[in-house]
Design a protein around this ligand. Structure first.
Ligand code: HAM
Length: 415
């Protein structure tokens, strides 16, 4: 029986993989220009890490995690997101001592047991960035400017930035109380999920996608009425910096985010071309997270971009390696020719040239493959050529061919 990939997990095949590589290359250049350095964390983490950060009552932890026990009965989880692992690594490796401000970026697969649809899968790839150690609104603004540079660097100009402030430990509890108060007596009118949310995580009610709940919550007061003075000031400064940094944004007081660690600034980057799953990136500030995970009291702010959605928006970006589209092709007839060619092929590849070789078959079929690969130069080596110590070099564009001494082949071809 045929074995197929797991539902919601897909293969990235060429030529799409070339778009992925092109996008990654461009994003890496932009990360470099902002001083972000790469961190690679394990794909599997202790389950507890996500329970304590993303939140016990979040949809991710409640129903979307790939959790299993290892052979010793320890509960492990395939990471559903990248922030908690980065913070875990930051604390564990004492990075705060090395970097007063740590700027870390990551690229990798994440796993959530969601209902697959366009733009939503169970294994998906994120590009993320986390800035730890800066409380200033300048850090929030820089993360959004970084995002804007990434989108414009990829030629994507039709994204919208929506921002909100989720308040802090001082002011948010008052807002949650207000939501409770608002729901009192109306509980039954809300969907089952929202009735549960009311008890455990009332902010999430604002995020419900069901129309009756959305209509009901139209009347809830907005979080902006509850911000404390410090949160108000922080948010005002972020907006001022975004204007100065030419990041167009819209304020949206309904952004609540699906992960529990956020405080103050929260944002989403949306694009209508994506359809229902229209968030291509999202993030925000998480000042209490390092401390909650057992580290010092250090603030943080970050974002993650969904790579599948990003590549849908930038299909014209391609891998920029110069040699990729025009390989040289070695047509080899017989094992002596193969042996004679290998050291030449090796030398050419060491010069970063792309060289394709034949794997048996007639000259005709080998030339057909060279044609398919769009090779400009084909080197033909058969028994006769090996005896004479030469190779035939054929220009596939004009059909002309020359005999070249084997000893001069690398020099000639690398011109
Ligand atoms: P998130 O909003 O859960 O945030 O995910 C960020 C982005 O990942 C989304 O905007 C979307 O583009 C992509 N994404 C999420 N789930 C899926 C899925 N099932 N299939 C395809 N793409 C998906 C976080 O993960 C936070 N860790 C972001 C962050 C970093 N906050 C602070 N630092």
């Amino acid at each position: 029986m045929k074995i197929t990939a797991i539902k919601g997990m897909s293969d990235i095949l060429p030529p799409e993989s070339s778009v992925w590589r092109g996008v990654e290359e461009k994003v890496r250049q932009i990360f470099d220009s902002f001083g972000f350095e790469e961190i690679r964390t394990p794909i599997v983490e202790p389950t507890e890490l996500f329970v304590r950060s993303v939140g016990e009552t979040s949809a991710i932890v409640e129903k979307e995690m790939y959790t299993f026990e290892d052979k010793k009965g320890v509960s492990l989880t395939l990471r559903p997101e990248g922030t908690a692992p980065v913070v875990r690594a930051y604390i564990e490796n004492g990075l705060q001592a090395k970097y007063p401000v740590a700027k870390l970026c990551y690229f990798g697969p994440m796993f959530r047991y969601e209902q697959p649809q366009k733009g939503r899968s169970r294994q998906f790839f994120q590009i993320g960035a986390e800035l730890l150690g800066a409380e200033s609104p300048m850090a929030d603004a820089e993360m959004l400017i970084l995002l804007k540079n990434i989108f414009s660097g990829l030629g994507i100009e039709d994204v919208r930035f929506e921002i909100n402030s989720l308040g802090c430990a001082v002011c948010r509890p008052k807002y949650l109380e207000a939501i409770h108060g608002f729901m009192k007596g109306k509980e039954k009118k809300f969907c089952d999920d929202c009735q549960k949310r009311a008890k455990k995580n009332p902010l999430r009610i604002l995020d419900c996608k069901k129309e009756p709940c959305r209509e009901l919550t139209e009347a809830v007061s907005t979080i902006s009425d509850f911000w404390c003075e410090a949160c108000r000031k922080h948010y005002r400064e972020v907006r001022g910096l975004l204007l100065a940094g030419h990041v167009p944004f819209k304020e949206n007081t309904r952004i609540v985010r699906g992960l529990d660690y956020y405080c103050r600034t929260a944002f989403e980057v949306l694009c209508d071309r994506l359809g229902a799953q229209n968030a291509v990136a999202a993030g925000g500030r998480y000042d209490g997270l390092v401390k909650d995970l057992g580290g010092p009291d250090i603030p943080g702010v970050g974002f993650a971009i969904g790579m599948e959605r990003l590549t849908l928006l930038a299909p014209l970006i391609h891998d920029s390696r110069p040699t990729i589209h025009e390989p040289m092709f070695f047509a080899l007839l017989g094992s002596e020719a193969e042996q004679a060619a290998l050291s030449v092929i090796q030398e050419l590849r060491e010069k970063s040239l792309r060289v394709e070789s034949a794997y048996g078959g007639s000259l005709k079929s080998q030339l057909r493959r060279a044609d398919k690969l769009k090779a400009k130069w084909v080197v033909i080596l058969g028994e006769n050529e090996v005896k004479k110590g030469v190779a035939i070099v054929k220009n596939m564009h004009d059909g002309k061919q020359n005999e070249i001494l084997m000893g001069r082949l690398v020099g000639e071809l690398s011109k």
